[in-house]
Design a protein around this ligand. Sequence first.
Ligand code: GDP
Length: 455
Amino acid sequence: MTDNKEETIVALATPNGIGAIGVIRLSGPDAITIAQRVWKGKDLTKQASHTLHFGRIVDGDIELDEVVASLFVAPRSYTRENVVEISCHGSNYIIESIIKLLIKNGARAAKAGEFTLRAFLNGQLDLSQAEAVADLIASNSKASQQIALQQLRGGFSNQLQQLREQLVQFASLIELELDFAEEDVEFANRDQLKKLTHEITRVIGSLIQSFELGNAIKNGVNTVIAGRPNAGKSTLLNALLNEERAIVSHIPGTTRDTIEEVLNIQGINFRLIDTAGIREATDTIEQIGVQRTMEKISQSALLIYVYDAEQITLANLNSDIESLQKPGITMLLVANKADLLNQEQLLALPHTDKAIIVSAKEKRHIDKLKNKIYTAAIKEQLSGHETLVTNIRHLEALQKTEEALIRVLSGIDTVTSDFLSMDIKQALHYLGEITGVVTTDDLLENIFSKFCIGK
Ligand code: GDP
């Protein structure tokens, strides 16, 4: 992505549309002098960094608006360039006129993500931090905001950077061996290299694993509601959504197909899928439904197994639990129809330590269930992960790093230095892609074009 840093760029930093104020951002070597050309007030070129100034924006004799200009003198700004932020009144007409005027006076309209691109190119942020800026802007829950903020603070990149540096040392030692190829020397201690490679592979593996949760927080948790016909799945779905979405009926097996709804708990989206009954189906349409249930379960992170606490036998309950338990899926047991049982029967229910006892019909303990859903899918999974990978680009680079590291490990004792060196270089390349030590124009274009203009 080519970016001529000699140019001063301008864009609206606040959303389009009418607002109390709009903030127009200028960044580049001439930001302050260009602002001064359209400015009536104190001489901006003579003011200190991090100061605010009241003044008027004028186009010759025509006054456009009364504004406040915030001044950031290079390198103490987001982009490390001179930056002026003009807070004007938030009318589309005023904003457009001021931007046009600034362009007439030497600025150029900024492209999507160009301010952050400059922050990256000028060393203010590394690539994963720049991406965290986009994530932070898009975050819609406490959890996603926290992850983005941690990434922005560099937690993720620091960890990788340290590992990368250690590997670079080995790479250079092995390069050195290549220079002395005829003398059959070994500068890079193979045992140490093995230890380091194992350590890096372990960290990378844990980061790769964290993607599932990171992705869940960012994009939602696939959650399936399963249980025998008439257990109350549809009623429970309605109670959770507090609406009448799924059709409730007395005839077993009416939920022929799957219904998908989104439930938001503490800012996390749970994609709830209500499925046809899991019982052996006799009619073919339902059979397809049953098959689909099993497929949906295998694609989900969370399974809410609902059963009729009054009707189900212990044997059926246990066999359902056993057949639904899959690795990688968290299961919640929900004993439904508690309203049909008296206190004594409730106390005698099986699995009382694990099961959440509710009445979907009477909407009893639904909030408790929501809390459990959140805890099981997010809170309990968070412990043990200091850093979460949420970005698919990072995941792919980590996976490629892992593959290269596995090649390094399997070749350490057998292959010649030149092959080993190649695999290490590959691992370094992919690790570098994450933080931006290694970049290509395509990669930058791809990342920054997804930003909004003005960021
Ligand atoms: P599904 O086949 O699992 O989706 O079950 P439905 O949600 O269609 O419910 C089957 C029947 O059980 C309907 O008549 C519901 O009204 C009834 N039902 C569901 N939940 C409860 C509950 O908590 N208490 C009582 N008494 N009946 C319920």
